[in-house]
Design a protein around this ligand. Structure first.
Ligand code: PLP
Length: 456
């Protein structure tokens, strides 16, 4: 039953009565009720009471073009009239999917060969993992199947992608991770760097630890390494500058594939088209979603290089069909919207814009909050950042979970006209729509600063 605070038959009461919300304390939700969003424009959304908020995380790091776009509406409706559905199984095809695959290959950060489509980031990562297993079966090395991901990495919530994710909340209550998925250290110097260690030394140590893990497992059993260029949901963790160079040397030595999870970083978020470019990654497989369609419709993609594709192609001919795909793989309406989205990114030079307003956001967040007694670290690159709250700034110690300090800040944000997102470890994320203006960045930082002040 809804709490009496929510009027009988109100939208809130109806929500409480029937919706099982993702990532929500179901019992607390009965009391607190939903925040019901009814519309949006640019970087702002409006709730049912008519209150306006800046969406500081573009929904879930995804609505890059903001909350309205007539061109995307037109692309969707035109495609719905022309061909609302077709599938891609057994070699069937359609133009939006062909065009989108071409555009992705043209824009890829390293030479890529083929694109497989799915509907979500989780499905893209699951699909990448299954490709890797299939390919190693096809290559006659079925023992090479283990995958290494990282603590605090986020790769989704399906059984395999939640296993790749390196956050306790996604594991222990779901009996995950599945066997054969391992997690190595997170490259977060602020917390994991040792006294006297430089960032460079820290990166060297993490690469050595990865090397030792692969050797201990047996390199003949390790197939792939999954990494976000910049970790998102785990806390917006930007690795040291030379981290991926050192990690990739280890992977090459042991013939381990690199999968770049670009679900958040892709399409300009870090100030380059791909996070791989910002962080110096040369992936064999790249997964992306979210900004691929500016999230107007669900779609995700897995790009593979020629070497991976060749093994898959040989395999599907010799050992049996590549028996994987979704009803909605490459859905024509989603694909048409994605094609139009990528055209808009190009025409409006949104990646350059993100780099520019991103630099402003990074600077203003640091100016406003670096010296704040409750702020341990402001970090990020491009248009993605996090502000980490600490109880003891000198000791870099976070608050007790019971203090619910991040939740209180999120509530203060709402009062100040901001929708905020708290990450594990009391970090507040910033990943606004790429279309945010400099004036909106200033407004967002100022309102957030006031909310942090109110916390103390
Ligand atoms: N990978 C990364 C880096 C993500 O941030 C997310 C979602 O936030 C996912 C994968 C999972 O995507 P989805 O929620 O679409 O399944």
């Amino acid at each position: 039953p809804a709490s009496p605070a929510h009027g009988a038959n109100s939208p809130a009461a109806r929500d409480i009565a029937h919706v099982l919300h993702p990532y929500t304390d179901q019992k607390a939700h009965r009391e607190k009720g939903p925040l019901i969003i009814t519309g949006g424009k640019g970087v702002r959304v409006t709730d049912e009471a008519g209150r306006e908020y800046i969406e500081t995380v573009a929904g879930l790091w995804c609505a890059s073009l903001g909350f309205e776009n007539e061109r995307l509406v037109r692309a969707a409706t035109e495609q719905m009239r022309k061909l609302p559905f077709y599938h891609a199984f057994t070699g069937r095809s359609h133009m939006p999917m062909i065009e989108l695959a071409e555009m992705l290959i043209e824009r890829a950060p390293v030479p890529m060969s083929k694109v497989f489509f799915a509907n979500s980031g989780s499905e893209a990562n699951d699909s990448a993992l299954k490709m890797i297993w299939y390919v190693n079966n096809a290559r006659g090395r079925p023992q090479k199947k283990k995958v290494i991901a990282r603590k605090k990495g986020y790769h989704g919530v399906t059984i395999a992608s939640a296993s790749l994710t390196g956050l306790p909340a996604n594991h222990k209550l779901f009996d995950l991770p599945i066997a054969g998925i391992l997690h190595t250290e997170t490259p977060h110097f602020y917390h994991e760097g040792r006294p006297g260690e430089s960032e460079e030394d820290f990166a060297t140590r993490l690469a050595e630890e990865l090397d030792a893990m692969i050797v201990a497992e047996g390199p003949e059993t390790v197939a792939a390494f999954f990494a976000e260029p910049v970790m998102g949901a785990g806390g917006v963790i930007v690795p040291p500058a030379t981290y991926f160079e050192k990690i990739q040397a280890v992977l090459r030595k042991h013939d381990v594939l690199l999968v770049a999870d670009e679900v958040i970083c892709g399409f300009g978020r870090t100030g380059n088209y791909w996070g791989s470019q910002t962080m110096g990654m040369r992936p064999d497989i790249l997964t992306c979603a979210k900004a691929l369609s500016s999230s107007f419709l669900p779609i995700s993609a897995v790009m593979v290089n020629e070497r991976v594709f060749e093994a898959l192609a040989e395999g599907s001919h010799q050992i049996g069909t590549w028996g994987h795909g979704f009803t909605y793989s490459g859905h024509p309406v989603s694909a048409a919207v994605a094609v139009e989205t990528l055209k808009i990114y190009d025409e409006q030079d949104l990646v350059a814009h993100a780099a520019e307003v991103g630099a402003l956001m990074q600077r203003r967040l640091r100016e406003r909050l670096n010296d704040h007694p409750l702020v341990g670290e402001v970090r990020g690159v491009g248009l993605v950042a996090a502000v980490e709250l600490v109880e003891d700034k000198a000791a870099r110690r976070n608050y007790d979970a019971g203090r619910k300090v991040a939740a209180r800040l999120v509530a203060l944000g709402e009062e100040n006209g901001l929708i905020l997102r708290a990450l594990p470890g009391d970090s507040i994320a910033f990943s606004p729509p790429l279309v945010i203006s400099p004036a909106e960045v200033e407004e967002m930082v100022e309102k957030f600063g006031r909310a942090v002040d109110a916390l103390s």
